[in-house]
Design a binder for this molecule. Structure first.
Ligand SMILES: Nc1nc2c(c(=O)[nH]1)N[C@H]1C(S)=C(S)[C@@H](COP(=O)(O)OP(=O)(O)OC[C@H]3O[C@@H](n4cnc5c(N)ncnc54)[C@H](O)[C@@H]3O)O[C@H]1N2
Ligand code: MOO
Length: 429
């Protein structure tokens, strides 16, 4: 302890004695708004990447078609392409016209030729007959239709889906596998996207073990294995997750040396003798944008601007408090930095009715793990600040305002990024 206090004293200023005053705690919605504003104020970035690397990023500019789609009149079916009314004289080679072939010779009125799905329609053709709706006579000279033929049937005209230059998707659209397919069809080899924000994670704590069972006051690090994958699901590139001892000098060196857009620290946010995050931020001359939030769990969370366009989010060490801070401060900031805020992926919070009553905190907002069941959300037990058992069975966090919420009351819900995978039936409710 002596040693730890000595380390904090020079050159990093020691924390103020006694508990940190709470007058600076921002209301929960205000804290999120500040995180959004911090993200919006950061410089916009974009890069050009091959299609395969763009997955999960957002479009930096609208996606305009580089070609008509389809780029030529094309057959929608395997069968016969005909000109004029039938019956038709069967023309030419047995194979007919195949997809990928050069322009076929024009059809004369009264002619039919075999055609494959996706093949180019010859000039003067009027319709395509599916093979199952037509038959040739025994001599294979004449083709007869087996049902009425409508002009233009089963021909996809050039430009049916889009014309070259048409806007296919707006800027900020999330690049999904379907978007990669559309971009390729529309002629793109590369896309201009917003790069994933780079995040570096520093997990603080002398008491943390990287493997094995807890023993002699040491506990497993629950945040290192959780945060990287979670941040990737939020669209971040995690450059590293490093465990640091409770050492102010080491933390200062790590934070100042980081090239990430967002540094995440875990632990050390409170006012204990080895809680070095505040003193390190002071030593760096960082600007504290949020210093405590009126939310349970996680109230010592903080957000600081540590350099132009670079931020630090301090997550409290209690694991559920860290999740609360991740979703309160890091998620909205990253959504802005990743350019996801304006796109269709930005569904934002919504409301749902609680199945059961949730007791409130007298002054602070509570974030409570819930799981969707039908049109209701069920609050989960094991939601204490040090517990992950509730959140591990959850697919959302309910925002319970001071005073609590009755059964049946609508509350705001923050989806967890794996919600669509579905949470298993838990025995926790
Ligand atoms: N005097 C006060 N003490 C505390 C206050 C306060 O307002 N005044 N707030 C409490 C609250 S609320 C929280 S939350 C914690 C926040 O603590 P820190 O951010 O400083 O975190 P630590 O003290 O380092 O750790 C707290 C707790 O979490 C465990 N921990 C830390 N890292 C991990 C990890 N990676 N995996 C699993 N568990 C972790 C650590 O062992 C502690 O048990 O402060 C309260 N105190
Ligand atoms: O933020 Mo603390 O999690 O209330 O224990």
């Amino acid at each position: 302890m002596e040693e730890a206090l000595a380390l904090v004293s020079a050159p990093v200023p020691a924390p103020a004695p006694g508990p940190r005053p709470h007058h600076r705690a921002a209301p929960w919605h205000r804290a999120r708004d500040i995180a959004v504003a911090a993200g919006k104020a950061a410089p916009r970035r974009s890069h050009r990447v091959p299609l395969a690397q763009a997955l999960g990023e957002t479009l930096a500019a609208p996606l305009a078609a580089l070609t008509d789609l389809p780029s030529f009149d094309t057959s929608a079916m395997d069968g016969w392409v005909v000109a004029g009314p039938g019956p038709w004289r069967i023309r030419g080679a047995a194979d007919g016209i195949l997809a990928g072939h050069a322009a076929p010779a024009p059809l004369a009125d009264g002619e039919a030729v075999r055609i494959a799905t996706g093949a180019r329609i010859p000039a003067e053709a009027t319709a395509v007959l599916r093979s199952e709706h037509a038959h040739a006579d025994e001599a294979k000279a004449l083709l007869h239709a087996e049902r009425d033929v409508v002009t233009g049937q089963d021909i996809r005209p050039r430009g049916q889906e889009c014309r070259s230059g048409d806007q296919l998707l707006p800027a900020a659209a999330l690049v999904t596998p379907a978007v990669l397919g559309l971009a390729a069809a529309a002629g793109y080899d590369e896309l201009s996207t917003v790069p994933r924000p780079r995040v570096e994670i520093f997990v603080l704590g002398d008491e943390l073990l990287a493997e094995g069972l807890p023993h002699e006051g040491l506990i497993r690090d629950a945040l290192g294995p959780m945060l990287g994958p979670w941040l990737r699901m939020l669209g971040a590139e995690v450059v590293a997750t490093r465990r640091l001892k409770d050492d102010a000098e080491a933390l200062l060196a790590a934070v100042t040396g980081s090239e990430a857009d967002l540094v995440l620290t875990t632990g050390g946010t409170a006012a204990g003798p080895v809680d070095h995050v505040h003193p390190v931020l002071r030593a760096m001359g960082a600007e504290l944008l949020v210093d405590g939030v009126a939310v349970r769990p996680g109230h010592p969370m903080l957000l600081a601007r540590i350099a132009a366009g670079k931020h630090l989010v301090g997550l409290p060490g209690n694991p559920l408090a860290a999740v609360s801070a991740l979703l309160t401060l890091a998620e909205p900031l990253l959504r802005e930095l990743a350019g996801r805020a304006g796109g269709a992926a930005a569904t934002g919070p919504y409301t749902a009715a609680l199945r059961d009553e949730v007791h409130g905190h007298p002054y602070d907002t509570r974030l409570v793990p819930v799981v969707h069941r039908g049109d209701r959300v069920v609050p989960l037990h094991y939601n204490g600040p040090a517990m992950l058992r509730g959140i591990a069975a959850a697919d959302g966090l309910a925002v319970v305002l001071p005073g609590g919420a009755r059964a049946g009351q609508e509350v705001e819900v923050l989806d967890l990024p794996w919600g669509e995978l579905g949470a298993g039936e838990g025995c926790f409710t």
